[in-house]
Each structure stands twice: as structure tokens, then as C-alpha cells.
Design a protein around this ligand. Structure first.
Ligand SMILES: [Zn+2]
Length: 301
């Protein structure tokens, strides 16, 4: 299938969720299958042995020796007093939305407290960070800096306002996006990020910000879009893809997530980037989200 071809994403509904994951048992079984696809290796028996589910301990116990393994170990679900069925529903709701969903909405939909909802959303979001391989040298990558938030009293926003957060986005045409919260848009900030994420030799399109000067010397096929002259597209030279991505993120961030502290910006961006990067996949978004949740979390102590 070509990258541009839109594949119909199979819709995974709340009804499907209730059918697939009606109980703690079902959730634990799913996690077990996900984490031990070849069966559970028992440390004591030193072989793969049959295990049975012990729901009260959220574990699987070796039939031969009784040794327990916890399929939630190391994940964001571990040692949580919230039932897995609710965790899965939160993951589902976060996967389904395009614009984002607030902790307040999660509180309403699932009945957990606001504090719990907020913490769950935070953990899910952090877990959406994907491994970042650099873009290839034969890729065309649009790079663009942007500003988010920074709403002053009176509602002014933009480059001049105080609480704005600078971000950089790099998107491969027809491919995935990488975003990063940055302290400023100076050359010393932007260029190392480009060099870290894009292999030398790649075609890089940016706007005319002077901070991008020097990318050609650094080994990129660099061209600038001359916004100041109201020339937005010259042939192939444009940054419409990344601007389109920002255009999708901004309504959510300024609407649903408008009170987000800058400390959490990166994880909010990860959430949008994750959805964008899997936008054309046939597998339901929920399954991607859930798979990502079954991985060990680097954010937990
Ligand atoms: Zn054993």
C-alpha cells in the first residue's frame, strides 16, 4: 500500500471494548498474551510452564511450583488501585478522540476522581513517546518552529506573550512527525535537533527564520519558504505538512488542554504525534495505544 493511500481504519467502539474487556480477568489475560507471547518462563522451574490466573493478586502462578509473575510489572498499570477495566476504558477514550480529552471528561465518563483521572491521563500520555529513528538521507523533511499557549489576561497570544512555549516539529512527507518542546528558537537550539533527527543529505524545508541558516553547510539540501514575501509554495518547497500538523494540535491544546503546565507539554505533543503517526494504519488506534501501554514505563520510579 502506498503511503498516501488512505486505509479505512477499522472502527473500534465502546461496545467492542465492553465485549473484549468486560472483567479484570480479560484485561490480565490480554496483558499476559502481549508480554509473554511464547508462554511464561518460570524462573524456578527453568522452563516455560503452564500458569493459572490469580485475579486477587493480578498475577499468573506457575502450575508446578506456584511462583507468581505479574503481567502489569513495570507498566503504568502496576500497583494501581484502579481496576484494569477502567484503565483500558481511559486508554480507549484517549485513543478515540481526535482533539484530546480532558481529565474532567474522563472523571465524568468513568466515575474515577478528578485526581485519579488526571494521573491516569498523564501516565498514558507519557507512555505514548515512541522511539525516534532519524529520518533517512533520501527523505524530504519539513521543519517548523511554533508557539503554543501564552494566553495573557485579555486573551492575547502569540510570540509577544509571556507564557508561550516554543516547540519544533519535523515531519517526513507522507510519513511521521517528531516534536520537541524547546527553550527558544535560537540557532544553537534548532540546528542540533535537526542534526539529531535527520540524516545528512536529506532535503530539509524550513521557513525563513535565520536560525536555520547553516543547514546547507551542515550537509542538508536546504531550502526556505519565503513567508515574508507571501510566497508559500514554490514547486515542492513548502512547509504545509508540518503547519497542518500544528493546525490540528492547536485547537486541542488551546481548547481541551488550555491549562496545561509547560512541564507537561512534551507529553501532550507526544499524544498528538502518536495519533498522527498511526493515522493511516489499519489496526484500530485503541490497539496501538494499548500495545504501547503494555510496554515497560521509563517514567515510573
Ligand atoms: Zn515454576
Amino acid at each position: 500500500m502506498s503511503k498516501k493511500e488512505k486505509s479505512p481504519m477499522k472502527k473500534y467502539t465502546l461496545k467492542d471494548l465492553r465485549k473484549d474487556f468486560p472483567t479484570e480477568e480479560a484485561c490480565l489475560e490480554w496483558l499476559k498474551d502481549r508480554r509473554y507471547p511464547d508462554g511464561i518462563y518460570c524462573k524456578n522451574c527453568e522452563e516455560v510452564t503452564p500458569h493459572y490466573l490469580v485475579v486477587s493478586r493480578k498475577s499468573f502462578s506457575c502450575q508446578n511450583c506456584g511462583h507468581h509473575v505479574h503481567p502489569t510489572a513495570g507498566t503504568i498499570f502496576h500497583k494501581s488501585s484502579t481496576p484494569l477495566t477502567i484503565w483500558f476504558e481511559v486508554v480507549f477514550r484517549m485513543a478515540q478522540t481526535r482533539m484530546g480529552i480532558s481529565a474532567k471528561q474522563i472523571e465524568r465518563e468513568t466515575g474515577v476522581t478528578y485526581k485519579t483521572a488526571w494521573r491516569m491521563c498523564k501516565l498514558v500520555r507519557q507512555q505514548l513517546e515512541e522511539d525516534k529513528d532519524p529520518f533517512d538521507s533520501d527523505d524530504t523533511v519539513e521543519v517548523d518552529e511554533s508557539y503554543f499557549g501564552g494566553v495573557k489576561k485579555g486573551g492575547k497570544r502569540g510570540r509577544g506573550s509571556e507564557n508561550k512555549t516554543a516547540v519544533i516539529g519535523l515531519v517526513e512527507r507522507g510519513g511521521r512527525v517528531v516534536t520537541e518542546v524547546i527553550p527558544n528558537v535560537k540557532k544553537a537550539t534548532l540546528q542540533p535537533i535537526v542534526e539529531e533527527n535527520v540524516e545528512k543529505g536529506a532535503t530539509v524545508y524550513t521557513d525563513e527564520l535565520r536560525s536555520y541558516n547553516g543547514l546547507a553547510e551542515a550537509g542538508y539540501n536546504h531550502a526556505k519558504v519565503l513567508h515574508a514575501h507571501e510566497i508559500y509554495v514554490i514547486g515542492d518547497i513548502h512547509t504545509n505538512t508540518i503547519e497542518g500538523f500544528w493546525g490540528n494540535v492547536k485547537p486541542g491544546i488551546t481548547g481541551v488542554y488550555r491549562h496545561v503546565s509547560p512541564a507537561y507539554w512534551q507529553s501532550y505533543l507526544n499524544e498528538y504525534a502518536f495519533r498522527y503517526n498511526h493515522r493511516n494504519d489499519v489496526t484500530p488506534m485503541f490497539v496501538f495505544f494499548l500495545s504501547q501501554m503494555s510496554r515497560k514505563s521509563a517514567h515510573l520510579l
